[in-house]
Design a binder for this molecule. Structure first.
Ligand code: GLP
Length: 241
């Protein structure tokens, strides 16, 4: 595991974007596993800037996102499809038909999850998976207690996640209670993993993830067992480590 200590959020974003750029340059037709949340927004901004400068070409890139709220349409401004379009896809030359997000409108959870696993398999797996870290150690929406061997599945969001994500919705009642998420197994099968972590509020959980016991109670702790993980965290997030 490589840990980069960034000065602040901006520095973290730049370092993470450098790693993603390198991946795209080395393998133009790579499969990127992408994430939502506030942590990767700066990374996407930086990638857009480099694309606009002519330094990056997304035309052959495929992307698969980690998760989506169950019940939200792509047009809903809180859906992760909307987030990705808005924060990255609309601003670069990626072919939108090569960008995948679980189908939040599919009511049949098994169908939604099986077809997403099939999409990931068809692309030949993920070259680089970008991850943020939830305050309770979740990755994607794999909440504490999630079985390590699961592929894409439907999850009930925990109170702490609903609480953390309610800031984006008009009210807490509007936050969906369920989501489709890639499982830990999908994530661990990625060839490389890049985790971005920022802020003092993540310091305690980051320490557990990096140095604590490997346990489903801290889903991201499983990353200790992956052979190619890069953590880019700012000083505040690393202040306990
Ligand atoms: C959400 C997402 C995760 C993300 C996490 C942290 O619950 N499903 O993929 O990593 O929140 O978000 P943030 O980066 O805003 O702290």
């Amino acid at each position: 595991m490589i840990i980069y200590r960034a000065k602040n959020y901006q520095d973290m974003s730049r370092k993470a974007a450098n790693i993603i750029s390198a991946q795209i340059i080395m393998k133009p037709n790579c499969v990127l596993g992408l994430a939502t949340g506030s942590s990767p927004v700066g990374t996407y901004k930086q990638l857009i800037e480099w694309y606009k400068k002519g330094d990056l070409d997304f035309s052959k890139v495929t992307s698969v996102n980690l998760d989506e709220y169950k019940g939200l349409s792509p047009e809903n401004d809180q859906s992760y499809r909307y987030f990705m379009n808005h924060n990255l896809f609309d601003h670069v030359n990626i072919d939108k038909t090569h960008t995948f997000v679980p189908n939040g409108l599919e009511k049949d959870s098994k169908k939604a999850c099986d077809s997403y696993n099939e999409i990931i398999r068809k692309q030949g797996g993920i070259d680089l998976q970008l991850l943020g870290l939830g305050h309770n150690g979740h990755i994607g929406f794999n909440e504490p207690g999630a079985a390590f061997e699961k592929e894409t599945h439907c999850v009930d969001l925990t109170e702490s996640t609903i609480e953390a994500n309610k800031r984006f919705f008009a009210s807490e009642e509007d936050v969906p209670r369920q989501a489709y998420t890639m499982g830990i197994k999908n994530i661990m099968q990625a060839k490389k993993i890049l985790v971005v972590v920022s802020g003092e509020d993540k310091a305690a959980i980051l320490k557990e993830v990096l140095y604590g016991a490997i346990t489903p109670e801290v889903p991201a702790s499983i990353l200790q067992l992956h052979n190619d993980v890069t953590i880019v965290a700012d000083e505040a997030a690393l202040s306990n480590s």
